[in-house]
Design a protein around this ligand. Structure first.
Ligand code: NAD
Length: 501
């Protein structure tokens, strides 16, 4: 019998595939076989999850910070103990290798650890005597029911960018995972329950557009965090805000690495291969374009190619594999189509992932190996469009300025990196580049949990980035209290605007 992945509503697993179209297949990407079914929520099921979260909100909001924090610490301990189990679920449905899945759990755990410090993060300000015997202070309060909608590529880490902070701030949460790899979310829900989180504070609805649209329209949902592709991020932002919600919607990416002639080319080659092919390029912070400033191109391509040829491609649960398959057959085919497009546009395929051997055989898994395209024309589709697979494009440029122009003229602004030993050039780069997350000799500059993660331009719609203090800001709203405890000098009636004159 194949597994059934259903919802987690009010502390209980619930839901079945009741009607044709009410479920979707989950695949093992390494074999191409159907591994199970995920229930796709109806409007009524989403409403049930939101209702459970709304019921749980008043008591959770009013629970003392000490007790909330104790639950967060227990959740942190349980998640730490079950890292391997969460990673195994991710690897089985997403296809990424186990060590990579463990890495995403570790980065998610860091956000939980940050959220454990919530009593400090929610401290307001206090000013005594803003007027005679009048004091002012600021507080931040939770919003109510908030929702998170996640992409397939980080089924544990991306939701953990959202819910640890939202819940720590006193909100209740409804998570809509990707329908491609939904299982990790259910294990996480069980761990929350074992940590003592009251039922209804954390809920999971599995589903597709039906579930997303209902969350965006539901009057009880006060805020939505979304991570996914740019067209859907834009749609979620526009629809959610039209319904009066606070929305942060993170979109796609096309991340460039600018290599100056003075860079250490071995470090560059190691970094480009790690950042280009880790997780088979299915990372929003993957490097997909290397801008090689003359004259380093030929030497750098040689170094990259010699490393790529040694990569071991195989199933995620084989400890010798360094890179797994792609998530679905359709996605693999789309990625492969870019090799044809690249050739038509004048690029040269120097490593062809369609010919890469796979340990354990190819089967009908969703395989494509690491691919390197050289002499990719600036501005071509392969250069500009998000491929989201193991395809590294090398674009030759004559100068720093030409490279900077190519980065800044792109529609995305998620991550970027410069490789150089020139501190002045690096400083100029960080100042001029129109991108949210910058690496200096660091290929995947994902901010730590106590900073905030987010891109610019079409990589993020909304005002606040996720996690860190911006996350706390997103999931709370401010109040300022001005108070006077009456004494005989209170002053009587005054129709003028309050000033402290
Ligand atoms: P996606 O946009 O297809 O799906 C994301 C979520 O939206 C899923 O939960 C999905 O069920 C839902 N969805 C899909 N189509 C929808 C529709 N028409 N209406 C409403 N909801 C819909 O993204 P994906 O393929 O799961 O993930 C890959 C994308 O996510 C890439 O573009 C990648 O760059 C991006 N991503 C961005 C970041 C970031 O931080 N900026 C991080 C991870 C992934």
């Amino acid at each position: 019998m194949t597994k059934l992945v259903n919802h987690w509503i009010d502390g209980t697993r619930t839901g079945a595939v009741a009607a044709p179209g009410g479920g979707a297949d989950i695949f093992n990407p390494a074999t191409g076989e159907v591994a199970g079914q995920v229930v796709l929520a109806t409007v009524e099921e989403v409403d049930a999850a939101v209702a459970a979260a709304a019921r749980a909100f008043p008591a959770w909001r009013d629970m003392s910070l000490t007790k909330r924090t104790q639950i967060l610490f227990r959740f942190r301990e349980l998640l730490d103990r079950h890292r391997d189990d969460v990673a195994a679920l991710i690897s089985a449905e997403h296809g990424k290798v186990h060590s990579d899945a463990l890495g995403e759990v570790a980065r998610g755990l860091e956000v939980v650890e940050f959220a454990c410090g919530i009593p400090h993060l929610l401290k307001g300000g206090f000013s005594e005597n803003v007027s005679t015997r009048v004091d002012s202070y600021s507080i931040r309060q939770p919003l109510g029911v908030v929702a998170g909608i996640a992409p397939f590529n980080f089924p544990a880490m991306v939701p953990m960018w959202m819910f640890p902070i939202a819940i720590a701030c006193g909100n209740t949460f409804v998570l809509k995972p990707s329908e491609r790899d939904p299982s990790a979310s259910l294990l996480i829900a069980e761990l929350w329950q074992r940590a003592g989180l009251p039922d209804g504070v954390f809920n999971v609805v599995q589903g597709d557009k039906v579930a997303v649209d209902r969350l965006l329209a539901h009057p009880e949902v006060k805020a939505v965090s979304f991570v996914g592709s740019t067209p859907i991020a834009r749609y979620v932002y526009e629809t959610g805000t039209a319904h009066g919600k606070r929305v942060q919607a993170l979109g796609g990416a096309k991340n460039h690495m600018l290599v100056l002639p003075d860079a250490d080319l071995d470090l560059v080659a190691d970094s480009a291969v790690s950042a280009g092919f880790g997780s088979a390029g299915e990372r929003c912070m993957a490097i997909s374009v290397v801008l090689a400033v003359d004259p380093v191109g030929d030497e750098l391509v040689e170094k990259i190619v010699s490393r790529v040829r040694k990569l071991v491609i195989g199933p995620g649960d084989d400890p010798t594999s360094e890179m797994g398959p792609l998530v679905t057959a359709a996605h693999r085919d789309k990625v492969a189509s870019y090799l044809e497009i690249g050739v038509q546009e004048g690029a040269k395929i120097v490593v062809d992932g369609r010919e890469t051997p796979v340990t354990g055989g190819r089967g009908s898994g969703f395989w494509i190996g690491p691919t390197v395209l050289d002499h990719v024309p600036p501005g071509s589709r392969v250069h500009r469009e998000e491929i989201f697979g193991p395809v590294l494009s090398i674009v030759r440029v004559r100068s720093y300025e030409e490279g900077m122009e190519l980065i800044n003229s792109g529609e995305y602004g998620n991550g970027t990196a410069i490789f150089t030993n020139d501190g002045g050039a690096a400083r100029r780069f960080q100042n001029e580049v129109e991108v949210g997350m910058i690496g200096i000799n660091v290929p995947i500059p994902v901010p730590m949990a106590y900073y905030s993660f987010g891109g610019w331009k079409d990589s993020l719609f909304g005002d606040t980035h996720v996690h860190g203090t911006e996350g706390v800001h997103f999931y709370t709203r401010g109040k300022v209290v001005t108070s006077r405890w009456l004494d005989p000098s209170h002053g009587g009636i005054n129709l003028g605007f309050p000033t402290n004159a």
